[in-house]
Design a binder for this molecule. Structure first.
Ligand code: LMR
Length: 401
């Protein structure tokens, strides 16, 4: 039965990590997977997360009973408030249906399942480019029409706003539009408030359905409230929407798989029914979500002092990323690297879409042992004061040749 199975590479991003780990070169640098690294090139367990983990482990009242299929209510409450703000009108009017998911990926998948199978949506619009997994998720859920709306202007290295609006205006009524709430992956380039307002207008006029992927709340500016501006604006405009939330990046809980799907609707009476119907897609998929990470997040966000400590670390992480952006730009300019590079400091979050082409990327990997995706995306968190000169010199040399 298995005779024709073939070895494939299911995800470039994890393949790059493997190649990096196997590489013995002393100067190797991993700018691939979107995960934070300290100045010493180490993964960071946030101190407040560690403290709350101990508390969860030592809480003898807790057990390993199944969570409800919709997840841990304490987690859902604080996570939803973090996303929408506690003064959110939709929350006060009880128009928000939130369920815990197996991080952002399964939040996207649940959204896609529900939209395709229950609401019979067929067309989805993704920004060009988008996270490599989005297309697969929507394909597996049953979407049939995959379209791109313009986002990144390759030559100008900025958002192609006029084309973006034209593309969305051409979307037929009921189409699903995927948006990145903040710290767009892979470009690192976010819409301004004025541009978000324009997008909201088109969405309302054409009666499109937005899904806002919020995998990086807090990672763009260091302030989760500022990073949630767009989704809160959409909610205040009375737009029905879904949001995929993740705590992988902003709490460094990558392998705990903590997230949620938040659906904002017009009629509060429908919330229980909506959640119950979403469970029809959860049950045959993962049945119910894991508890541990959700308990940790509930402790971090559920206590004022803990939350402050988390915000402090979040700012430290984003500040380090901003410093690395500035230094990389300065070094590339000092080396007289051909081309313009100032987009590096205009971009936000973990990533920079450098503009390096596939050939240049292949050479950086092969000759310089610097790992990055073939789209030219680099994870700025992988830079530190010890490797940044080597990275800048390598980029400069490859671009010149
Ligand atoms: C990334 O884009 O590097 C991360 O979101 C990890 C992933 O799952 O792709």
């Amino acid at each position: 039965a298995f005779a024709d199975v073939k070895l494939v590479i299911p995800a470039e991003i994890f393949h790059l990590t493997k190649l990096y780990q196997e590489d013995k070169h002393e100067k190797k640098v991993n700018l691939g997977v979107g995960a934070y690294r300290t100045e010493d090139n180490k993964p960071l367990v946030l101190p407040i997360v560690k403290k709350c983990e101990f508390e969860v482990v030592n809480d003898l009242t807790l057990n390993h009973e199944y969570l409800p299929m919709s997840g841990n209510p304490d987690f859902i409450k604080v996570a939803t408030e973090l996303l929408l703000g506690s003064d959110c009108k939709a929350l006060q009017e009880k128009r928000v249906a939130a369920v815990q998911t197996v991080s952002g990926t399964s939040a996207c998948r649940l959204a896609a399942d529900f939209l395709a199978k229950r609401l019979k949506r067929r067309a989805v619009f993704f920004p060009d480019p988008t996270w490599e997994n989005h297309g697969e998720i929507f394909k597996h859920a049953g979407f049939k029409q995959f379209k791109n709306y313009a986002y990144w202007h390759k030559k100008r290295r900025q958002i192609d706003m006029s084309k973006l609006l034209v593309d969305l205006a051409s979307a037929t009524e009921g189409s699903v539009v995927l948006l990145h709430g903040s710290a767009h992956n892979p470009t690192g380039m976010d819409l301004t408030k004025k541009q978000w307002k324009q997008v909201a207008e088109v969405i309302k006029c054409n009666n499109l359905f937005p899904i806002i992927d919020t995998a990086y709340q807090g990672f763009a500016t260091g302030d989760p409230d500022r990073d949630a501006w767009a989704i809160r604006y959409f909610a205040n405009q009375g737009i029905e929407l879904m949001a995929a939330q993740s705590f992988s990046k902003n709490m460094g809980l990558y392998n705990e798989r903590v997230g949620s799907l938040v659906t904002i609707i017009k009629d509060p009476k429908l919330v229980p029914a909506l959640i119950s119907e979403q469970m029809l897609y959860v049950r045959p998929n993962y049945s119910n979500p894991p508890a541990f990470g959700s308990r940790v997040v509930a402790k971090v966000l559920g206590d004022k002092k803990n939350k402050e400590e988390w915000l402090k670390t979040l700012r430290e992480m984003t500040d380090r990323v901003k410093t690395m952006r500035k230094e990389l730009l300065q070094k590339l300019q000092k080396l007289n690297t051909p081309g313009r590079w100032d987009h590096i400091v205009k971009q936000r979050g973990m990533f920079s879409f450098t503009g390096l082409n596939e050939q240049q990327v292949a050479r950086l990997i092969k000759e310089k042992h610097i790992y990055l995706t073939r789209t030219g995306r680099i994870n700025i968190c992988g830079l530190n004061t010890k490797n940044i000169d080597y990275v800048a010199e390598s980029i400069c040399q490859i671009v010149k040749e």
